[in-house]
Design a protein around this ligand. Structure first.
Ligand code: PEP
Ligand code: MN
Length: 625
């Protein structure tokens, strides 16, 4: 049940209430400043809702009607993020777990780990205790297998996941692995679940072969009720009458879980289909359906695999799948937890940087803005986001060493360059050190109950208005009010309480502030992407640089621009952007903005750079990244 507390209840009164509830054997969780989630009182202590209603400080009691409580989103409205070293599952990043069905030898595990890491897995899987249908099949290497997994983590920097089949294995699990998996066959082994709840490691809970979603969530409830909320649900197919595939992958479980629970959910298309050729299509669909990650079986010699060879991808098939996921993820507002060009740094943490030294990153606005999303999706759990009120303040934060990096938008696919940030890049002596592209979906947001016909006034960032131009043209009577960022726009309508107000912003912002979406997807074209850049003083360590940005101007004479372009052409350099912009105070003179493929700051590019210098009267390399 949920207790809504009286307005203005003090910390002390709340503390007393907590202790009283715990004294009755309840599990108490704070949902918000005014709500407590309480589990286990009826049944265990015998008190009914009336009893709780009468406790000092309680305004109202709301029963939670589902069988599961702690896993329910009602008790914990925000998504739970499971942290495994510096990997986070349940945030904006798609996390891929890959590896063989079973650890067969050190050589086999190392060969596969090297491949899957290269192509973008951030966690390694491999069974050491294998629950096999037949007692005559390979049963796994046991503790020897766990030691191999620990060696894989040591050598490749990938945290490891393996299945625990009995509480007897708990101590070895804690010693050797990062995530404990509960297999489909053990989903309702309640002693094992309780043990997993006490083990102090994140738990990956597979869905049982014939389990309903409710039964599956009840199993997760066992783990949470033991005090462990670091649970990842894994859909791996259920048994139906269909025989062409090993199981039937229930993709509808993903949005269902997302609605019912705050726990992250990943999909295992390998065990779901049992057929190699079916793995990639189902993996792609899982990401499109909103999964937080994937678990994929990969084997370098599947014909020789001791288990599940027929469903294991070859490394090159895994590589292709990862490239597809990389493209699909931004369409559904996520990002693969992997940058293709910068793999070595991403896998092992940047050289010279410890996982516990999280770089701070300044961004515009507040939690929920697209800039915030760019920041969390680029750095994942490896960075801490610091809000700033303007783009200039982001640059100032980096310049003044308050934060190590900043994130600013530079270009939108519908409306073009964000010139303010180009100007700031010219003004401040900072470099572009990375980039990330986000799909931008805008919604018309209102207070609960607001309908489109009530709207008179709309708040947003000017970019929000520009990107929704066609939609706004259909409502010519609306007054448009610009504010500093889209989160501020939503905040404005929430606090002003005016029923004719609406905001343009993201789904996250609406959700965070308890507002409703009145009309979905109002950007002029759904292929609306914003390219954000990461700014800093120094390059991100250990990252190969594949792209450069520069700004220059030339003499005002025939052929001057052409001569600069000729230098790029003669050196085989591919330009991916060329834009001209007026120079303030010098009418009809222009600066040229160029993005090119290649690292202009590499020694091999020095001759090119000096030729360009000769042909320009101003040149600034904004950065290579
Ligand atoms: C596994 O992942 O190794 C496994 C045995 O899967 P499941 O429990 O889903 O069958
Ligand atoms: Mn398997």
């Amino acid at each position: 049940m949920i207790l809504v507390l009286q307005d203005g209840i003090s910390r002390e009164e709340k503390g007393r209430l907590d202790s009283k509830l715990e004294g009755h054997g309840c599990i108490v969780r704070e949902i918000s400043a005014r709500e407590l989630g309480v589990v286990g009182a009826p049944g265990r202590g015998g008190q009914d809702a009336d009893y709780f209603q009468r406790l000092p400080g309680v305004e109202r009691v709301i029963p939670v009607s589902t069988a599961f409580k702690l896993v329910s989103r009602r008790m914990h409205p925000a998504d739970t993020i499971v942290k495994i070293r510096d990997v986070e599952i349940g945030g904006g990043r798609i996390v891929v777990v890959a590896g063989p069905c079973a650890v067969e030898s050190r050589e086999q595990a190392f060969a596969i780990a090297e491949e899957v890491r290269k192509y973008g897995a951030v966690l390694f899987r491999g069974g050491a205790f294998k629950p096999r249908t037949s007692p005559y099949s390979f049963q796994g290497l046991g503790v020897e297998g766990l030691k191999v997994l620990a060696a894989v983590r040591e050598e490749f920097g990938l945290p490891v996941v393996t299945e625990m089949t009995s509480p007897d294995q708990a101590a070895s699990m804690v010693e050797y692995v990062d995530v404990v998996q509960i297999g489909a066959r053990n989903m309702q082994n309640f002693e094992l679940l309780k043990c997993a709840g006490r083990i102090g490691r994140p738990v990956l809970l597979k869905r049982g072969l014939s389990a309903t979603i409710e039964e599956w969530l009840m199993s997760a409830e066992y783990i949470l009720s033991e005090g462990n909320d670091q649970v990842i649900l894994c859909e791996r197919g259920i048994r139906t009458f269909e025989r062409y595939t090993r199981n039937t992958l229930d993709l509808s479980a993903i949005p269902t879980i997302k609605e019912l629970s705050h726990l992250p959910v990943i999909v295992d298309p390998s065990h779901a289909t049992g057929v190699r050729a079916k793995v990639a299509p189902m993996a792609r669909s899982a990401v499109a359906a909103g999964a937080d990650g994937l678990m994929i079986e990969v084997h370098h010699e599947p014909d020789k695999a001791l288990s599940d060879g027929a469903q294991s991808l070859l490394p090159r098939q895994f590589a292709k799948l990862m490239r597809d996921i990389y493209v699909i993820a931004p369409v559904v507002g996520k990002q693969l937890d992997y940058a293709f060009e910068t793999r070595p740094a991403a896998a092992t943490g940047a050289p010279g940087e410890r996982a516990d030294q999280r770089p701070s990153v300044a961004f515009l606005g507040q939690k929920g803005t697209f800039s915030h999303k760019a920041c969390t999706q680029f750095f994942g759990g490896r960075g801490s986001a610091v809000a700033r009120p303007s783009f200039r303040a982001v640059f100032e934060a980096v310049k003044g060493d308050e934060t190590r990096f900043g994130v600013v938008p530079l270009e939108n696919s519908l409306t073009g360059s964000i010139h303010e940030n180009y100007d700031l890049l010219l003004e401040y002596d900072l470099r572009i050190v990375g980039e990330i592209t986000l799909r931008i979906v805008h919604h018309l947001i209102g207070r609960p109950g607001t309908r489109v016909e009530h709207v008179r006034r709309v708040f947003s960032h000017p970019q929000g208005f520009r990107q929704c131009r066609l939609f706004l043209e259909r409502h010519p009577g609306w007054e448009l009010v610009s504010v500093t960022d889209t989160a501020r726009a939503v905040e404005q309508i929430r606090t002003a309480g005016n029923p004719g107000d609406a905001a343009i912003g993201s789904e996250e912002e609406a959700g965070l502030q308890g507002m409703e979406i009145i009309e979905e997807g109002i950007e002029t074209n759904p292929r609306n992407y914003t390219r954000f850049v990461i700014i800093g003083r120094d390059p991100l360590p250990g990252r190969p640089r594949t792209k450069s940005s520069l700004i220059y101007s030339t003499d005002n004479r025939a052929g001057a621009l052409y001569e600069t372009l000729q230098v790029f052409a003669n050196n085989g350099i591919n330009l991916v952007k060329l834009e001209s912009r007026p120079i303030p105070g010098r009418p009809w003179e222009y600066m040229f903005y160029v993005d090119l493929v290649g690292d202009l700051q590499a020694p091999s590019f020095e001759p090119v750079l000096s030729q360009i210098e000769e042909k320009t009267d101003f040149l600034r390399v904004l950065g290579s990244y």
